[in-house]
Design a protein around this ligand. Structure first.
Ligand SMILES: CC(C)(COP(=O)(O)OP(=O)(O)OC[C@H]1O[C@@H](n2cnc3c(N)ncnc32)[C@H](O)[C@@H]1OP(=O)(O)O)[C@@H](O)C(=O)NCCC(=O)NCCS
Length: 155
């Protein structure tokens, strides 16, 4: 059974192990370490004592952004990201967020489907936002900006 709880900087190495296993261009340890406390919040998924997934969110007034969401490859496809995302949305609702935002690589169809199923919609495109190793691209990849209005906010 998967349990969920927030983590602090003590878990940064475990988060980085998942980050490195999941992303073509992972965050650095410095970036990950900067995402604890203050305007940041997170939730981690545990299989027993083992950290198998997480999200990191950022609060800016009424706007909450999903900065990162990852599930370790061995645990993907079991609904863990769906639960993490629904808990991110619940957290926003409980904290009176008006809008939820996220950015995703245009090629990340798996994540885009996850977000669409949860109710996020495409809002705009940030051209050449991410670095890319795809030989058919110019070294960069577009980001899709997605959002969800929780109340009568800006959207
Ligand atoms: C995207 C990611 C977080 C999904 O995690 P997961 O735990 O495997 O996802 P879930 O099992 O909860 O699946 C939720 C939904 O994601 C989509 N999805 C998951 N696996 C998929 C696959 N192999 N192909 C297509 N869609 C898939 C589906 O919409 C699925 O819902 P469904 O099963 O009802 O169709 C995971 O693949 C991951 O960590 N990827 C690398 C990091 C990343 O890209 N993060 C997003 C950055 S914006």
């Amino acid at each position: 059974m998967i349990n969920f709880k927030p983590v602090n900087n003590d878990a940064v190495e475990a988060l980085m192990a998942i980050e490195n296993a999941c992303h073509s261009h992972p965050w650095t340890l410095k970036t990950m370490s900067s995402c604890f406390g203050g305007r940041y919040f997170n939730l981690a998924a545990f299989d027993g004592d083992i950290l198998v997934g997480f999200y990191i969110g950022e609060k800016a007034g009424p706007d909450f952004t999903l900065m990162d969401i990852c599930v370790t490859p061995e645990h993907q496809g079991k609904g863990i990201a769906k639960q993490l995302l629904s808990k991110f949305i619940e957290h926003g609702e409980q904290q009176n967020a008006e809008n939820l935002f996220l950015e995703v690589r245009e090629s990340n169809t798996r994540a885009i489907k996850l977000y669409e199923q949860a109710g996020f919609i495409e809002m705009s495109v940030r051209k050449n936002y991410y670095p890319s190793d795809d030989a058919t691209k110019n070294g960069f990849e577009d980001a899709i900006l997605m959002g969800m209005a929780l109340s009568l906010g800006f959207m």
